[in-house]
Design a protein around this ligand. Structure first.
Ligand SMILES: Cc1cc2nc3c(=O)[nH]c(=O)nc-3n(C[C@H](O)[C@H](O)[C@H](O)COP(=O)(O)O)c2cc1C
Length: 326
């Protein structure tokens, strides 16, 4: 079974970090369906360094009691920012309980890469290594992991040298998403390119996770076997669909998975929403933030287009309930 540093995972399949989706309630729901753990969405190391953890708490929040294993993901471009940010995390009563720190070296968003952070770090491997070393020094023995891509420019076919840099700097796990930064989320994940990086990780003796287009047992098994991956991360297939973990784990064992009914999906949407309301500054804020998630839950349902349209205009839990059931 996969391990990250001294941490042993119950199974190899995890929820990928996704801004706007990977909240505490959703990570807990996914855990209930088999996700081994799920990093938080990305949070700026520089912002934490200069403003403390307070303003970023909604992104950093973890719930070790209900989530089990936890990992906080940071992005940035300056090793010193990571030292300060991790120091601040470890000084916070709740956040200090995080089991791991994950470093984002895969984000393709222009706002992030123009600072030299996210996937831009693939173009500055020495700096990427320095960031891992700084994070390790600050993390007081907690595993430091990295999530990256198969390359920066369109046409890149995997970067085994980058894996070596990250491994030499002391990464405890490296996860590779099978697209270039230029491709963002378009096209298909390039499994051969991920496999090339998986081979480099194996040679370097570092735990390797593969990511990209995994949605069922067949795609999970293919990715795991071809890429010598100990673990897998599932992103978009898990949006509004926590059952995907049950499906993947069952199908990987050759067991039969039964899709949830529309009623079960509606009930899950409401349970998820009510938990988000508990943590949000207001009911209205929670309902608004969940709009893109509602769309995912009702995909494929009878009258989905009208449901989506009405749900995207709701601002209270009562309105959402009314739209779903009447
Ligand atoms: C809406 C959205 C938000 C994302 N946010 C993050 C993030 O905060 N950190 C990160 O490392 N990756 C992020 N990703 C990338 C995913 O973790 C994952 O690598 C990508 O979606 C490919 O996996 P998939 O094909 O299973 O979706 C995000 C992806 C999406 C679609």
């Amino acid at each position: 079974m996969a391990s990250i540093g001294k941490i042993k995972l119950d199974n190899p399949v995890c929820l990928a970090p996704m801004a706007g989706f990977s909240t505490v309630p959703y990570r807990v729901i996914c855990k209930g369906f088999g996700s081994a753990y799920a990093p938080t969405e990305l949070c700026s190391a520089r912002s934490i360094r200069y403003r403390g953890v307070g303003p970023s708490y909604q992104y950093l929040r973890i719930d070790p009691g209900r989530e089990g294993l936890t990992s906080i993901q940071l992005f940035g471009f300056d090793p010193v920012d990571f030292e300060y940010a991790i120091g601040a995390i470890l000084d916070d009563e709740l956040l200090s309980k995080t089991d791991m720190i994950d470093i984002n070296m895969g984000c393709p968003v222009p706002k992030v890469i123009k600072t030299g952070a996210g996937s831009a770090l693939m173009k500055t491997p020495k700096l990427a290594g320095d960031i891992v070393r700084a994070a390790r020094k600050a993390a007081c023995g907690k595993p430091v992991t990295v999530k990256t891509r198969i390359g920066f420019d369109r046409g890149a076919k995997g970067d085994p040298d980058f894996i070596k840099v990250l491994a030499d700097a002391g990464s405890d796990m490296i996860c590779v998403h099978g697209r270039t930064a230029a491709a963002m989320y378009s096209g298909q994940a390039d499994i051969e390119a991920v496999a090339l990086m998986g081979k480099a990780a194996k040679e370097a003796g570092v735990t390797f996770f593969a990511n990209g287009d995994i949605q069922d047992g067949a795609s999970a098994l293919k990715m795991k076997e071809k890429c010598s991956a100990q673990g897998l991360m599932v992103g978009r297939a898990a949006q509004g669909n926590p059952w995907v973990f049950d499906r993947i784990l069952k199908e990987m064992k050759g067991e039969v998975f039964t899709e949830p009914s529309f009623e079960e999906r509606k009930e899950m949407l409401l349970k998820h929403l009510k938990e988000e309301v508990e943590l949000a500054p207001s009911e209205d804020a929670a309902v608004r933030a969940m709009r893109s998630v509602f769309v995912c839950y009702v995909k494929g349902m009878k009258g989905a287009a009208e449901l989506k349209d009405r749900l995207c205009r709701a601002s209270t839990v009562e309105e959402v309930e009314d739209i779903l059931w009447n």
